[in-house]
Design a protein around this ligand. Structure first.
Ligand code: ATP
Ligand code: MG
Length: 404
């Protein structure tokens, strides 16, 4: 096997000054967690890069397939190694360049000679390897500035290391490096995407879902569980808090005029979410709201809804068009689940003509005739909590079967 290690270049975290070591440690832990199935990985960290030792071909393939999902990685490169003699080096260079033989490419060889006792100097090594590789491939030509492929050769004390491929990472910051937030997760398209974007900025998530049986079916809850599980692919466990919301919704329907009932529903959701947020020690609440998407997402509505708390509400999709959100949902793999046609608790109670510009004083006035606080406390107390990811076997059994 030619592979020796994978070199990982950090994303934005390299600029993070004194927090840098924390970020690096977090990234290393997230990688270990994501690839726990591979057993103990040997990971060596430096200021600007990290190395994972490779023990076999299968391990290499698993890492190359999975690393692009881990936030905090700008790019990574498989590194091959060989003996420190020029014949072995030439042979390895050919093996690596074989990977690119399908298309036309420009290339150059870049040599770093860390071991100064090696008999050839950098230029000579460069000429030897370049001159040997070039005639082997019809589709290669040399270009010194910005070539398509830079074959990097490093002669270290223990061996010669080579790499040519730079694979893009997911960017962002390691999940957990920017604290914890509570994601309001409906079964729709938007909220999983909002969760993904916050994870990309290093936020660890717990999720909360409002469930109103029998008005919403068990299927719609299963769909939310699948979505929560999907989000764990991006590097962290997620706890899902399922709130029994029927009692509150029924009271709203009875006591609040229908044209502002949607505003009140959102306000009650936010109150419940804020209590759970406090219990779990999260600092912010995340929603999938997008400005003007529906009546409850105008600036006036958002103002009236927001008035129940001072907690920061993060709305990563606020300026995003629906089509852009759909594209992202497809990219991260949540779209197919989101479009399964199960009603959520809001569609059933949605009034025919909700106000797009609700007045806060009026909404507060209508709410003042009922004791919502007691119901809110009960809903928080009676929530059910699920932890994801589920184990492989459990997932296989109930992934889509339960939805159909
Ligand atoms: P999504 O926005 O996820 O596609 P949606 O469009 O059906 O679902 P909206 O009516 O746009 O939902 O709700 C706006 C936001 O409020 C959602 O993105 C989500 O963060 C939150 N939300 C709505 N319904 C629920 C629910 N039943 N449980 C948890 N959060 C919810
Ligand atoms: Mg929406």
């Amino acid at each position: 096997m030619i592979w020796k290690e994978i070199l990982i270049r950090y994303g934005e975290l390299s600029t993070k000054g004194r927090n840098k070591m924390d970020f690096i440690r977090r990234l290393r832990e997230n990688i270990r967690h994501a690839f726990a199935d591979l057993g103990h990985l040997h990971i060596r960290t430096e200021r600007d890069r990290m190395f994972i030792a490779i023990e076999n071909e299968a391990q290499m393939q698993t890492l190359v397939a999975g690393l692009p999902k881990i936030f905090g990685i700008q790019s990574f490169s498989p590194v091959a190694a060989c003996e420190k003699d020029i014949e072995s080096m030439k042979k390895l260079a050919i093996t690596i360049m074989e990977t690119f033989k399908e298309e036309q490419h420009t290339f150059k060889v870049e040599v770093k000679r860390t071991d100064k006792t090696f008999p050839l100097e950098s230029h000579a090594i460069q000429r030897e390897i370049g001159g040997y590789v070039l005639p082997h491939f019809k589709n290669l030509s040399v270009k010194v500035k910005k070539p398509d492929i830079e074959l990097r050769v490093e002669v270290r004390h223990d061996a010669t290391y080579m790499m040519a491929q730079v694979i893009s990472g997911a960017g962002g910051m390691p999940v957990g490096s920017n604290g914890k937030s509570l994601l309001m997760l409906s079964g729709g398209i938007d909220s999983p995407v909002a969760g993904y974007l916050m994870m990309k900025r290093g936020v660890r998530l717990e999720a909360i879902h409002f469930f109103s049986p029998p008005y919403t079916s068990q299927n719609s809850l299963e769909k939310v569980k699948v979505l929560a599980n999907e989000l764990t692919k991006f590097g962290a466990n997620i706890r899902l808090h399922v709130i029994p919301f029927t009692e509150i919704q029924v009271l709203i329907k009875e006591k609040v005029p229908s044209n502002v009932s949607m505003t009140t529903t959102r306000r009650m959701m936010l109150k419940v979410a804020d209590q759970v947020r406090e219990e779990i020690g999260a600092l912010a609440i995340v929603t999938g709201e997008s400005l003007g998407q529906v009546a409850s997402q105008t600036l006036e509505s958002l103002t009236a809804i927001n008035a129940v708390t001072n907690t920061p509400i993060l709305r990563p999709l606020i300026s995003t068009d629906k089509l852009e959100i759909i594209n992202l949902a497809e990219k991260i793999g949540t779209y197919e689940t989101s479009i399964q046609p199960f009603e959520d608790c809001c569609t059933i109670f949605t009034p025919a003509s909700p106000k797009t510009k609700p007045k806060l004083e009026k909404v507060e006035h209508y709410e003042s005739f009922s004791d919502f606080d007691e119901l809110i406390e009960r809903a928080v107390k009676n929530r059910e909590v699920y932890i994801f990811p589920k184990k492989e076997e459990e997932q296989k059994q109930d992934k889509f079967a339960d939805l159909l």
